[in-house]
Design a protein around this ligand. Sequence first.
Ligand code: DX5
Ligand code: ZN
Length: 219
Amino acid sequence: MSKNILISPSILASDFSKLGEEITALDKAGADWMHIDVMDGHFVPNISFGGCVLNAIKPYTKKTMDTHLMINPVQPYIDDFVKSGSDIISAHIETPHIHSTLQKIKSHKIKAGVVLNPGTPASAILPVIELVDLVLVMTVNPGFGGQKFLYDQLDKIYEIREIIDTCSRHIDLQVDGGITFETAPLAIEAGANVLVAGTATFKGGVDAYADNISKLRGG
Ligand code: DX5
Ligand code: ZN
């Protein structure tokens, strides 16, 4: 089976004191996308960073800026994240007015993603599937890097792959949380084609990034 698996390293696990160098290193190491975890201390119990950080790293890579918004409300900040350089903006289905949020993201001619927390069933995507370019299945409860993969989410990945395959358009199926060399193959087998990996990408320091990314991809 030869699938095109994309790796989106979460910069949450990078060394923030030299973020520009980290982005350059990830770019050279073969990262396909850059995963930008935005947390507000309200929708999730942690605060990370906002659009100004995205703005600052944008000159260091031409790779896809994959922005995962763990914030509520979402809509007042969409324009800002578009201006800051997001190529994809993903919003949680558990936030209010997700349908109009996705419409608003699409109105900027960038890609829209919808994210499901571990407690949300696969069927929740049905009313919005026509609006999205990406479905992100959380395999940890969002808020922190370095958590353990929730194996009970695998069935949901299989279910969402089935739903996506009934659509005529290309829709990416992304997984996020606890992705390691051991869990990546399970997520891929279940139908994921984009893997977010923080801890597993950065493990071992800069000289290990290329090898880590290639192993996560299954190479
Ligand atoms: C969790 C974030 C993840 C996280 C992944 O709220 O959305 O992207 O940083 O980190 P690891 O790969 O370490 O689980
Ligand atoms: Zn994320």
